[in-house]
Each structure stands twice: as structure tokens, then as C-alpha cells.
Design a protein around this ligand. Structure first.
Ligand code: NOJ
Length: 872
């Protein structure tokens, strides 16, 4: 049996077995996902959610079934102004929720800022600054009327360096990503906007993420990719930053397109019911990625709370939920407690973050056009009115967001190599070379969803984008500085004008700065054969030849790379290449940020990933060809937790610059490691049971006339997804030939069970068992600036768990970015928690501190472990 794409309503309910199963033929050979039912309901006592729960319960208790369904189901693709919108509850003053991209700003609007990517933010290794970025993005979203901002990203984590959307997230290291997620979530939500941790989980590549998209590229497959991840790897690597997100109080999570262990992300009960809601104690709501929902009742009982954008496929006029969810609750296929839990989770997230119904800023933009006037119901071309108010949101209570952007991008630029030519000091003659230093001649927003790489690269492509309000190019910023300094300045903004470039950089006294790039993005756009994921790790547009040429003519060649992840650096050890900088995806202030690093105004950052010598050296790669016939391509995560530096360490694979590496304009010494064991309480596995599932408000009326479309009140909008029935004949209303099947025949055992449930030993608080965050050790070290200039240093704490070959050599567990004056010493303090020294025990189904000798290291990178000691 296969899910029938595009089939509506309860037809798909029959496919409920697929939630946890796979085509029988393959069952033995392929990875499978264990069922976990029932779906956990909210915990009234969950820490940090108590008030939100009480308010949500009071609110939901007043709702009719139709109103509850209206909260859970999007109104359809292009039905309103935002990329996704839920139904409103006008009777109680609740306006529609606006769910809108992206993780680096507000997508497709005007008078907003374009922030640096998550990956560049990670490269700052500065938790406070990542928070400031999140807060500024949240302020902008709030002022545009966004209820839920669709970010930040921890999936992809970055298993494969070629993966198209790694830049939307932070780093292949789960701890760095976890810190980035938590700081971003806190920032966004402090501004009154619900954050969305996405894409849950294993969404590590673009190719085959959706079978339909892949078919559009000519691949003959019926099912989306399955990321096959074992339990230990899931916990220790991919789930880790989501645990941090839940702990930070994130209000929503987006489930992902692809399958995990051959069960779709948005109907995978193991992922949603067990890991996310039960073990991590997530109290907010799960929304589907856009068209990632494949079933009706099956996804509801597997833990999905909101269907986005509401229609089965874009503009189909059909929904797995909407009318079908109303019917499913009425006929008992979806229990009443489950719809109440969905509605309560959605409202609790809103109350937790926003506080009050009626406090929302009205939505003042339309994602579908920048015209001032147009149809508010874009797909239907109905409701002609002012739809764009062009509200300028680029400055908030904390000041101009451009300043934060400039600071993040500068502090997130990594100085990979420097023979001493940097920082620049009034150089006599600068020659800037390369298309990447200049503008896109068609304008910074010329390519839809940034789906091209023309001119300087300041963000990747896809839904994770925003329109630039302006884009300061490196050429513009460096020219302005040169004029101030009396530096001779010429630029050739082409990669191919070889003879002009040669004559320019061959002159005496030239400091040549070559700008190059490599781009990637989301799978729905194909740029030069890169279907989201990069085809390779080389520079685009002949970048390697450009660098080789310039450095063969000019003995002082500085290379600046804008890219969505690591690229190969075959020329890195050329003596004529005097400096190499990775400037990531800097956003709108690109030129100013690179100026600040080149001239030593701002201290650079550290690399959030490893720079391998070859593509193969990473040990993992994108699956570019289907490998399972027409069935789901199988991507086995057989390397376990060994990705990025953990892999390079294990395989002794050759690398050029390690994870965490980054030079400074000063030098630093590390001394005096101190380890103090703290008297932590013993770990207490959680025991006991939950309360039974509650229901709120009056039970739904059984008379189907109550659910008919109220045609007397308003005319229906074309293609709009409503909760209503258009006839009192349920079979006809559901448009489902199989309507009337008994739920017990096709739903998994216990899916409808609302009785008290045992609590998992690894659960008990936000993010898991609270004992995981007990501090077992305090580790401190002295960091001395032994150079001549004030600079930032990023001491990093790694642990080794002493369990032998099954464990990484070292794992990052903490970092601090400190600013230190010349000759000054600062003490950096790290708190090592129980979680930091535990591994996931598959048998026990809990975190366990193993018997091996644990060591701690403090140093400047994963390969620069200056100090070490035993955690006794
Ligand atoms: C699909 C993308 O995967 C997701 O990240 C985005 O939020 C939605 N589309 C909405 O644009």
C-alpha cells in the first residue's frame, strides 16, 4: 500500500498503518519506526507553561468544534496574506494566525531587514549576539503582524556539507546549534512572536525530500526520502538541539517533508508522540511543513496539531483536515480529547508568547505581491483592497537593526589564514577582483527567492530568505574606505576578464582581494543544476581558477569566500595567498562587515564546521540518485554520531582548517585549568503516570445541520479551506468513498486511548529529565591576551567520555566569546552538566553516565586543545 497523494479526506485514513509501517515487501530489509500512542496531551503543570495553559484551557472551553478545527487547519495556499494562515475566531476576537518565513528575516515583504544566515550567526560563537539577532528579527515580524516566525532551523543539522539548506541552520555540531536555537528562540519570543523550531527531524538533504518535487526534476519515485537514523544517533546528535529548543520554551515545531525510518515526518508517532511530546515534554504545537501532511486521522493521532498550509496540495481546494477533521471528531475517528489538545497547544503557545487575544498587530503586508492594492485572497482573486501598508520595521526599541546585522556578520567572519598582511593599514593600492564583490546588475532582489548567484552572495535561496532593503557590496564599502585613507582603489567585478585582471594585479604595490562564492538553497529551485543541494564543494563561476590566476600574478592575494558551507581550498597553502576569510552569508551589510574585519575594527569569528581536504574526506554525501526503485530512496545514517569533526577525528581524514578554528589579530595563552566537582543530587528517573486526557467545553452537537456552511452569514471564498460541511450526508461532505470505516480497523492500537499514561524515565521537564541539567563540574581556565591589540577569543570546552571507539574523540560542550585587552587575563568558567557527560543507552532508554574515564579539554578549536584534565 502506498499513500495516495492528492487523495482527500478519509480515504487516507485507511492508510493509517503507514504511520508506522512501510510497504510490506520491504519491511524486513528497511529501517522501521516503532509506533507510539496515544499522543501526549498538555501537562497543566509544565514549567513555564502554567499560565499559558490556564488561559488556553479557558479559551478553548468556549469554542465550538468548528472553531477548534478552524484553529488547526490552514485556510489554503495563497488564501490570505501570509505564507500560511489559520482560521480566525471572530466571536472571541481572535484574528487569524499569520505563519511566515523566514529564519533570517521576513520573507517577501518590503521595508524589512535582511539578516545574516544562521550559520554566520553560529560563527560568532556569541550567544548574546545570536539572541540580539533573534530579538531584532522578532521585532520586525511582530511589527508586520506575524504571529509565528518560521525559524530557527536545526534540521538540517549539517550531516552533509553539500546539503542545500545548512546555512539556514547553525552548525553540524549539536551543542553549537542547540545554543543557537535557544538564543534565537528566546530573542524571537521576547518580541511577542512565536518561534518555530524546524524541520523535525532528519531533514538533511533537499534531493527527494518530496516525491512530487523530485518527479518534477525527472526522478521516477513515488515516495519521499527516508532518513534512517538509529536511536542513539537520534538522541545524541539530531534531537539534541531540539531538546534545547523545547527547554528554551519554543512555541511551535515544524515536522519535516521526508520520512524517518520509513514513516513520514508529519505522521511519525515515534518522533512526534514519543520523542518530542513525551520525552522532551514539548507543550507547544506541531505544524506540518507545507504539503508535508499525507493523511487525516493518522497524522492527528500521531501528534500533528496544525495542517499547513491547509490544503492537501497547493490550491487543491481539499484538505485532510478542515471539514474532514470536523467529521472525524464527530464520528469518533479522532477523539475529542485530541482536537481539544491540538487547540489548547496552539492557544497556549500564543498566550505564552503574546499574552492576550486582541493584542496582535494586524497583518500589514501580502507575501504574494508588493503592490499596495490587490486581492487579499490572492488565489481566489477576491477582496480587492489595500493589502500592503509598507510598514518600515528596520528599527526597533533596541535601535537600527542594520547595526546588529553588521556586527553579527563581522563577528561571524572567520579569518582562516593570515600571514600578517591583515589587518589592513592604509594600504597603498587595493585591487578588488571578482563578481562576488559587486552588485547583481539586475538588483539585489532580482532573482525570485534569491534563486541565482549574480553579484555578491549575501544569502542562499529558497523560503529561508528575505528581500534586501539595500545591499552594501564589498566593492562599495572598500571603495569608501579607500577614499578616506587615500588608498588607490580599482575593482574588476568579473571572474572572466582575465587580461584586465592580470594587468591590474600585476602592478607593483597591489593588495589583491579576490571575492568568490558558492551558493545553495531549497529544493524547489534549481540553480545551474544544483537542485537545492550543491553538486560539489568547489567554488562557483570558475572561482578556483580566478584565485590561482590572481595569486600567480600578485604575491599579496587575499581571498574572501561567501558560501553556504565549506568549499575545497586546493590553493590554500600558496605563499602568495596571504590571507583567507570565510564571510559566510552576511546579509544586507555585507560590505561594511567585511570592511570591519579586513581593517581590524571588529574581531572575527570561528568556523562552525570543518574544512576538509576533499569532498570524500567528510565521509557523508547527499544521495543524488534514487536507490530503492520507485519506493522511498533510503539514506542510511550509518556513520552514527560521527559527522564533521567527529568523523575527521575518527577516520583521521585530512582536513585544512578544523571546526572551531579562527585566527585573531592578537595571540592568546591558555593556562591554569581548574576542575571542581559539585555535589549534584543523584539522577532520578521519572516515574508515575499522567492525568487522563481532559476535554474542554461542551461536547460537540451530534446534529450535522449545526456544521453546515453558514451561507447566510458570508459568501464562501474560492479554494478556501473551511471547517464546515456542505451537506448533512457525511459521506458526501467528506468526498470519501470509504467514509464510515470503523476507526479501530485502521488506526494503530491505543491511538484513541485517553486514559492516564505512564511517564517515561527520560522525561519530566522541558527538554527531558531535569536531572540532565544538574551541574556536575565547574571547569575554569585563564585566557591571556599575549599580543598587542584588544581582541576577542573563543575558548571552547570539549569532553571525551572514555567509552572507546564508539565515542567521538572529543565533543564540544561549551564555549564563550570573551573580549580581552592586551596583557589582560580573564577567567572563563564552564558548567559541565550531567547531560554533557552522558550517552544515550538504547537498552535503558535513558541517558547514562558511563564508566569510562572522562576528560575535559579547553582550547581554541577541536584540534587546538590547549588544556586538559580528568573529570574525577
Ligand atoms: C517549505 C520549507 O521547507 C519551510 O521551511 C518553509 O517554512 C515553508 N515551505 C513555508 O514557506
Amino acid at each position: 500500500m502506498r499513500p495516495r497523494k492528492g487523495a482527500s479526506g478519509l480515504v487516507v485514513l485507511l492508510l493509517a498503518q503507514l504511520t508506522d509501517a512501510i510497504p510490506q515487501l520491504h519491511k524486513r530489509a528497511l529501517a522501521t519506526s516503532d509506533p507510539f500512542y496515544p499522543s501526549p496531551w498538555m501537562d497543566p503543570q509544565a514549567q513555564g507553561w502554567e499560565d499559558a495553559y490556564a488561559k488556553a484551557k479557558a479559551f478553548v472551553s468556549q469554542l465550538t468544534l468548528l472553531e477548534k478545527v478552524n484553529l488547526t487547519t490552514g485556510v489554503g495556499w495563497e488564501a490570505e496574506q501570509c505564507v500560511g494562515q489559520t482560521g480566525a475566531i471572530p466571536r472571541l476576537g481572535l484574528t487569524e494566525f499569520c505563519l511566515h518565513d523566514s529564519p533570517l528575516g521576513i520573507r517577501g515583504t518590503d521595508y524589512n531587514s535582511a539578516f545574516p544566515s544562521g550559520q554566520t550567526a553560529a560563527a560568532t560563537f556569541d550567544e548574546g549576539l545570536i539572541f540580539k539577532r533573534g530579538l531584532a528579527m522578532g521585532r520586525e515580524a511582530y511589527a508586520k503582524g506575524v504571529t509565528v516566525l518560521l525559524g530557527p532551523v536545526a534540521g538540517p543539522l549539517g550531516r552533509m556539507p553539500e546539503a542545500g539548506r545548512n546555512w539556514e541552520g547553525f552548525s553540524p555540531d549539536p551543542v553549537l546549534t542547540g545554543v543557537g536555537m535557544a538564543a534565537s528562540i528566546k530573542g524571537i519570543q521576547q518580541a511577542g512572536v512565536v518561534a518555530c523550531a524546524k524541520h523535525f527531524i532528519g531533514n538533511e538533504q533537499e534531493n527527494f525530500r518530496q516525491a512530487g518535487e523530485a518527479r518534477g526534476y525527472g526522478f521516477d519515485i513515488d515516495e519521499s526520502l527516508s532518513s534512517n537514523i538509529d536511536d542513539k544517533t537520534m538522541h545524541e546528535l539530531y534531537l539534541w538541539p531540539f531538546a534545547d529548543s523545547v527547554r528554551a520554551g519554543v512555541g511551535s515545531v515544524m515536522c519535516s517533508y521526508q520520512q524517518v525510518n520509513n514513516s513520514y515526518g508529519c505522521q511519525n508517532s515515534k518522533l512526534l508522540n514519543d520523542l518530542l511530546k513525551n520525552e522532551l515534554g514539548f507543550q507547544g504545537f506541531v505544524m506540518s511543513d507545507w504539503q508535508a501532511q499525507h493523511t487525516g486521522a493518522a497524522s492527528a493521532v500521531a501528534g500533528l496539531d496544525m495542517s499547513m498550509p491547509g490544503d492537501t496540495v497547493f490550491n487543491s481546494r481539499r484538505s485532510y483536515w478542515g471539514t474532514n477533521l470536523t467529521l472525524a471528531v464527530l464520528n469518533g475517528t479522532v477523539p475529542e480529547w485530541r482536537i481539544d489538545d491540538m487547540a489548547t497547544r496552539i492557544m497556549a503557545a500564543f498566550f505564552k508568547v503574546n499574552g492576550t487575544v486582541g493584542k496582535q498587530e494586524p497583518i500589514n503586508f501580502s507575501f504574494w505581491t508588493q503592490d499596495t492594492y490587490g486581492p487579499i485572497h490572492w488565489a481566489a482573486k477576491q477582496g480587492y483592497q489595500q493589502i500592503n501598508h509598507h510598514v518600515n520595521v528596520q528599527t526597533g526599541p533596541e535601535g537600527r537593526h542594520g547595526d546588529v546585522i553588521r556586527e553579527v556578520a563581522a563577528k561571524g567572519t572567520v579569518l582562516l589564514k593570515n600571514t600578517g598582511v591583515l589587518p589592513l593599514k592604509k594600504p597603498k593600492f587595493i585591487a578588488v577582483i571578482g563578481e562576488d564583490a559587486g552588485p547583481n546588475p539586475l538588483g539585489p532582489n532580482a532573482c525570485d527567492n534569491r534563486g541565482c548567484a549574480n553579484g555578491t552572495l549575501a544569502m542562499g535561496w529558497g523560503s529561508g530568505t528575505a528581500n534586501f532593503p539595500y545591499l552594501v557590496t564589498p566593492d562599495a564599502a572598500l571603495l569608501a574606505r579607500a577614499i578616506m585613507d587615500g588608498t588607490r582603489y580599482e575593482s574588476v567585478l568579473s571572474n572572466y576578464a582575465t587580461s584586465q585582471i592580470k594587468s591590474l594585479v600585476s602592478l607593483d604595490n597591489v593588495t589583491a582581494i579576490v571575492f568568490v562564492n558558492a551558493d545553495s538553497g531549497e529544493g524547489f529551485i534549481n540553480v545551474d543544476g544544483n537542485m537545492g543541494d550543491r553538486k560539489n564543494l568547489t567554488l562557483w563561476k570558475n572561482g578556483d581558477d580566478l584565485i590561482r590566476n590572481v595569486s600567480s600574478w600578485c604575491p599579496n592575494t587575499i581571498v574572501v569566500i561567501h558560501s553556504t558551507g565549506p568549499v575545497l581550498l586546493p590553493w590554500h597553502d600558496s605563499p602568495n595567498i596571504t590571507a583567507i576569510l570565510w564571510a559566510g552569508l552576511p546579509g544586507q551589510e555585507s560590505g561594511n562587515s567585511i570592511h570591519d574585519v579586513l581593517y581590524g575594527v571588529t574581531s572575527p569569528g570561528r568556523s562552525p564546521f570543518t574544512w576538509g581536504a576533499t569532498r570524500e574526506s567528510y565521509g557523508t554525501d547527499v544521495l543524488y540518485q534514487p536507490n530503492n526503485g520507485k519506493a522511498a530512496p533510503q539514506q542510511d545514517f550509518s556513520e552514527g554520531v560521527f559527522i564533521d569533526y567527529r568523523h575527521f577525528d575518527k577516520a583521521n581524514a585530512s582536513l585544512i582548517y578544523p571546526f572551531g578554528h579562527g585566527l585573531s589579530y592578537s595571540t592568546f595563552g591558555y593556562t591554569n585549568l581548574r576542575i571542581q566537582k559539585l555535589p549534584a543530587p543523584p539522577y532520578r528517573p521519572t516515574t508515575g503516570t499522567t492525568a487522563p486526557a481532559p476535554t474542554f467545553g461542551a461536547p460537540p452537537a451530534s446534529n450535522l445541520t449545526e456544521y453546515l456552511f453558514p451561507s447566510a452569514s458570508f459568501p464562501p471564498i474560492y479554494q478556501y479551506i473551511y471547517p464546515y460541511l456542505n451537506t448533512t450526508d457525511p459521506r458526501a461532505a467528506s468526498a470519501d468513498a470509504h467514509y464510515g470505516q470503523n476507526a479501530s480497523q485502521f488506526l494503530p492500537p491505543r491511538a484513541l486511548d485517553g486514559s492516564a499514561q505512564p511517564r517515561l524515565r527520560a522525561s519530566g521537564g522541558a527538554g527531558g529529565n531535569p536531572g540532565l541539567w544538574d551541574v556536575l563540574y565547574e571547569v575554569s581556565a585563564d585566557v591571556t591576551n599575549t599580543g598587542a591589540v584588544h581582541a576577542d577569543e573563543v575558548p571552547q570546552l570539549y569532553v571525551s567520555l572514555g567509552a572507546g571507539a564508539g565515542d567521538p574523540r572529543v565533543m564540544l560542550r561549551g564555549f564563550r566569546r570573551v573580549s580581552v585587552g592586551p596583557g589582560e587575563t580573564v577567567e572563563v568558567l564552564f558548567r559541565v552538566t550531567r547531560r554533557d557527560v552522558s550517552g544515550w543507552d538504547v537498552g535503558v532508554q535513558d541517558w547514562v553516565v558511563g564508566a569510562g574515564e572522562k576528560r575535559v579539554f579547553v582550547g581554541r578549536s577541536s584540534r587546538g586543545l590547549e588544556l586538559s584534565g580528568v573529570l574525577g
